[in-house]
Ligand binder design. Structure first.
Ligand SMILES: *Cc1c(COP(=O)(O)O)cnc(C)c1O
Length: 233
């Protein structure tokens, strides 16, 4: 078994154990395989093990790989910073965008989503620890952005995504996940039909699952360290 296959098996096992430990149904947390800076062949190998959802964070890199993988049924998630001049490519070539933090981008994706395709699934990215350099909405802005997202055609608001502050303090990380979960629950209480709380990466998937994540985004622990060779835009 090569590294990627072993990596995927290990991650699946961790995810299953995390669900059991949290008293949650195994299989209740979706796995997104984050393939950024790994080549198309790596995606093909992981897809062969019945992993169908893949995440990318650079448009040009993603489109090049997609062109090599048109024979596969893949659900593509965009998880990187969205530049205005890339929204048409994203609206045309992705199924999800998890990194929405500007209404301008939301409007462009809405109007540029091809009418032949199903609605583009959207998560609002929350800068849950209000870090100055980090993308994402301030927690106070989430309600208004959700309201706007729900009014636009061509897109479907599915939930929230967060990347907590990098820390070795488990309780601090737990608190960030908890506050994101609280925002998510509050929106649902207001009547939004959401089903996606995207939180947890290679280093903290167990913690995220214990705090209610419904989707973890795993790169390194599936694919190994990221290659630098792929050109970035
Ligand atoms: C790269 C990335 C991940 C995956 O991170 P790993 O630590 O490699 O698992 C998850 N989410 C986002 C938004 C990313 O950019």
């Amino acid at each position: 078994m090569n590294f990627k296959m072993q990596g995927l098996e290990n991650v699946r096992l961790r995810l299953r154990n995390a669900c059991v430990d949290a008293g949650r149904e195994p299989g209740s947390v979706a796995l997104l395989a984050v393939a950024k800076r790994h080549p198309a062949e790596a995606i093909r190998a992981v897809h062969a093990m019945e992993q169908h959802s893949f995440g990318e964070n650079e448009v040009r890199e993603a489109l090049a790989k997609q062109a090599e993988l048109t024979d596969l049924d893949i659900v593509w998630h965009f998880i990187g910073r969205v530049q205005s001049n890339k929204t048409r490519d994203i609206a045309g070539h992705f199924d999800w965008v998890q990194s929405i933090d500007r209404v301008k981008i939301l409007r462009r994706l809405s109007s540029q989503r091809p009418s032949a395709k199903q609605s583009l699934n959207i998560c609002l990215q929350v800068n849950i620890d209000s870090e100055p350099q980090k993308a994402g909405l301030h927690p106070d802005e989430v309600g208004e952005m959700a309201r706007q997202a729900n009014q636009l055609p061509g897109i479907k608001l599915r939930g929230l995504m967060c990347i907590p502050r990098a820390t070795t303090d488990t309780e601090e990380a737990r608190d960030s996940f908890r506050r994101t979960r609280a925002l998510y629950d509050a929106l649902r209480q207001q009547g939004y039909t959401l089903d996606t709380l995207s939180m947890g990466m290679s280093g903290d998937l167990e913690l995220a699952v214990s705090e209610g994540s419904t989707m973890v985004r795993i790169g390194t622990d599936i694919f190994g360290p990221r290659k630098l060779g792929i050109e970035r835009n």
